[in-house]
Design a binder for this molecule. Structure first.
Ligand code: COA
Length: 159
């Protein structure tokens, strides 16, 4: 059985992430969407909120599981008996960032393989930070994130 891990901070999940999850679920038997901590980022949503958004957004896809993990990605991969990490690439900046991350993960665990998937062209401008910024200044985010996220984002930012 092929199992792949799709990690990220998902603060919050966007339609760009959903696109990668849906396409990965067609390739692998099981996709584990893992909410991990990026120590360089200050979060808006709690880990529990992020997980609930993802679960609500992908409930129709049977072979997707949503979890959180506090630690190294390579240790999570070991826990799930897999060596496959999925990453979405939107542009050259993502490529450079992901290349470094892939080499670091390889350094930590020789058998890890990072599989990169090109983002859908209509999604390449979407990022979690951009969505939060648009929402903060009252812009419409409904085409950028699942509806459960859009609703909560407006409430969170008002507060
Ligand atoms: N569509 C839309 N946006 C996308 C995207 C896609 N297909 N792919 C990436 N993004 C965006 C994300 O929303 C995020 O945007 P933001 O910076 O505005 O928040 C940005 O691109 C980076 O995303 P991602 O690659 O998921 O990085 P991340 O910072 O969210 O998460 C971890 C990185 C958590 C996977 C990484 O820090 C990690 O593995 N941590 C665990 C500790 C570890 O093992 N460290 C050793 C490796 S260095």
């Amino acid at each position: 059985m092929s199992v792949a891990i799709y990690p990220g901070s998902f603060d919050p999940i966007t339609n760009g992430h959903i696109d990668i999850i849906k396409r990965s679920a067609k390739i692998f038997d099981e996709v584990i969407v893992a909410v991990l901590i990026n120590v360089d980022k200050k979060g808006l949503f709690s880990i529990e909120e992020r997980i609930n958004f993802i679960k609500d957004s992908v409930y129709e896809i049977n072979n997707v599981k949503v979890i959180s993990f506090n630690g190294l990605l390579v240790d999570l991969a070991k826990e799930y008996n897999t060596n496959i990490i999925i990453k979405g690439l939107r542009n050259a900046t993502d490529f450079e960032y992901e290349m470094n991350m892939a080499y670091m993960n390889k350094e930590l665990s020789e058998e890890i393989e990072t599989v990169c998937m090109m983002s859908a062209p209509e999604m390449i401008h979407i990022s979690s930070s951009a969505v939060k910024q648009v929402a903060k200044f009252g812009g419409n985010v409904r085409n950028l994130v699942p509806s459960c996220v859009a609703d909560k984002l407006l409430i969170k930012i008002k507060n």
